[in-house]
Design a protein around this ligand. Sequence first.
Ligand code: THU
Length: 185
Amino acid sequence: MSRPAAKPGKPAKPAKAAARKAAPVTPTAAVDAELERLARAMRDRAYAPYSQFRVGAALVAADGRIFTGANVENASYGLTVCAERNAVMAMVLAGATDIRAIYVASDIAPPASPCGMCRQTLLEFARDPATTRVVAVSPTDGPDGRVGWTLAELIPHGFTGDQLDRPRPAAAPVRAARPRPPRAR
Ligand code: THU
């Protein structure tokens, strides 16, 4: 379906504005069970030939849609992308920006909790970190099999975009970009 062209001088409406405005949903027990099942299934899709450490993730956005990810490694190790961040990227690219809950499945017990980079990424897309749930699950269902936190517990005092807008009393002038030579044709 094509969208109507924007009026001259007016920016086009983002395609997913309606989805973003939807009232936040609180995941039900059935949604949680589905997130757990999907996180475990996604663990099998992990590309982890270097660490052999497989991780799967499944999250539910405030509009009720579910997105999944797995870790994808690289021979240049630092390029590895964690399962959680792959799930978040899928969500953002589909037009959702508010995570309600995420399940992370690994092969260890107690299960692996999200790394710092993933916690910061989750924080960017959680309207209310105090009620956004993060659940880590292991392959077993024993007492060590499942651990849950709120995102606020995992990343208290995190960096957020509003800090970029605060006054910078003692700031030195920002360096200008170095002039670039004209591009060769
Ligand atoms: N990994 C994740 O996918 N999520 C985390 O939160 C922690 C680590 C992955 C990255 C790498 O592929 C492997 O686990 C070992 O660090």
